[in-house]
Each structure stands twice: as structure tokens, then as C-alpha cells.
Design a protein around this ligand. Structure first.
Ligand code: COA
Length: 213
């Protein structure tokens, strides 16, 4: 991240109450969503939020499960170069997390899932979206679009040319969401399976003869 968008800068901005808000009225049933960077005290809440968002998706997905391990999630906060954003509303004076995004403009930590040369050869400067999650109660209301706009804004500020992310092929709703927003498939490893023909290791049941007196 640049100095402007890095975690430290974010901490300063949130201390000052900085951050962007979605335009909303209030009387018309709309909800105002603010963006701020993650604080250490948010981590447990975000972890629970992510587990909730991905619960159903994980049941149907063979690909790596989201969120990753809690330990990895906690480590990410300590790592430079990964930007973590929370999207929040106020309900009865209490803050509620309604979306979360995690991004980086460099490959950091153990997340070495891409081939950097692929991008260099094509003169692409990728901005990696590591996580994008909207609370189920808030899906379909334009919040995912707002998150994506924020990420694109950061990508531009960091001089990146493409948003790059990984999504499970059978996460159909997310696929539709990205495709209708001009994302194209780069390449993909597909999980394949072939049933292995084997005889059972245990013999079939056997009827025993009556005992002869
Ligand atoms: C995919 C996701 C980020 C979209 O966020 P969102 O707030 O629902 O998106 P928006 O309201 O801005 O846009 C809705 C669009 O997303 C699609 N969509 C995806 N999931 C949806 C849902 N549960 N309800 C309604 N629309 C949904 C709609 O088809 C709609 O498409 P359109 O605008 O082209 O007609 C969100 O549904 C989500 O967090 N899903 C679970 C986590 C996930 O799959 N994350 C992506 C993994 S990489």
C-alpha cells in the first residue's frame, strides 16, 4: 500500500472519524454505510462475521474454505501491505459490520497462489482482492458494488491496472456479480474427481446354518 492508504494512515484517519460514506437519506428507508480501516478490537467480530457470510457457500465448495484459519486471519492484521476495510452502519447508536474487504497490491505472507510473471508478461499491475463479504441481510442492496468501487479506487491510487481475485466456480451468485461488473476469467484450476472402482474391503454378510444338535 502507499503511505496514504496503509494501515497506519488508516488508523489515523479513523481516529479523526475519517472515511467515506454511501450517500443516503434515512427517511426513505435507506441506510448509510461508512468505511473505515480495521482496528485490533474489531478482529473477533470480523472473524464471526466472515464465518456467518461464508457458512452456506463453504458447504457447497471443495475449494479452500473461507475465511482461512483464525490464526491466519489474526496474523494478517500484523502484516504490512494488506489493507483491511470494514463497512459499518449505526443501529440505535451501535455500530454494525455489514461488509468487509481485504486487499493488497503485492503478494504478501503465505498467500503465494499466483504466478507474478503471468502479470509482468502482460504488463498488468494487479491489485489483489483477498476477501469481499457482504452480510446476508444487506446483500442485493448495492453494498457489494460500493465495496468494489472502493477497491477500484484504492487500486487506482496504487497505480494498479487490474483487480484480481479468486472465486469458487460454484459460488454462482458471486460469479454473476463479478461477470456483470466486467471481470473475466484469467485461468483456473478445476477440481476434478473420478470414482475409483474397488471391491469393498469387508466381505459381504453371510448367513450361518442352524446348529445341528
Ligand atoms: C457477492 C457479494 C459480494 C455481492 O454483494 P451484494 O451487496 O449482494 O451486491 P450488490 O447489491 O451490489 O449487487 C447485487 C448483485 O449481486 C448478485 N448477488 C449476489 N448475491 C446476491 C444475493 N444474496 N442477493 C441479491 N443479489 C445477489 C445479484 O445478481 C446482483 O447482480 P446485478 O446487480 O448485476 O443484478 C455478496 O453477495 C456476498 O458477500 N456474498 C457472499 C460472500 C461471497 O461470495 N463473496 C465473494 C467471494 S470471492
Amino acid at each position: 500500500m502507499t503511505g496514504e492508504t496503509g494501515k497506519e494512515a488508516g488508523k489515523e484517519a479513523s481516529k479523526e472519524g475519517g472515511g467515506m460514506a454511501a450517500r443516503s437519506g434515512g427517511d426513505d428507508g435507506s441506510t448509510e454505510v461508512n468505511i473505515r480501516r480495521v482496528h485490533r478490537r474489531d478482529l473477533n467480530r470480523i472473524w464471526e462475521f466472515l464465518k456467518l457470510v461464508f457458512r452456506e457457500i463453504n458447504r457447497e465448495t471443495v475449494e479452500f474454505q473461507r475465511p482461512r484459519t483464525k490464526q491466519r486471519f489474526l496474523e494478517i492484521y500484523e502484516e504490512d501491505g494488506i489493507d483491511q476495510l470494514v463497512f459499518v452502519t449505526k443501529e440505535s447508536g451501535k455500530e454494525r459490520i455489514v461488509a468487509y474487504a481485504e486487499c493488497a497490491h503485492d503478494i504478501v505472507g503465505g498467500d503465494n497462489w499466483v504466478n507474478q510473471r503471468y502479470f509482468r508478461k502482460r504488463e498488468m499491475r494487479p491489485f489483489f482482492v483477498e476477501e469481499l463479504a457482504v452480510h446476508p441481510d444487506f446483500q442485493g442492496r448495492g453494498l457489494g458494488t460500493f465495496v468494489l468501487e472502493q477497491l477500484e479506487h484504492l487500486a487506482r491510487l496504487n497505480g494498479c491496472t487490474h483487480l484480481v481475485l479468486e472465486v469458487a466456480e460454484n459460488n454462482r451468485a458471486a460469479h454473476r456479480f463479478y461477470r456483470t461488473r466486467s471481470f473475466v476469467k484469467l485461468d483456473a484450476s478445476i477440481f476434478m474427481a473420478k470414482p475409483v472402482q474397488t471391491d469393498p474391503d469387508l466381505l459381504p454378510p453371510r448367513r450361518l446354518a442352524k446348529r445341528t444338535e
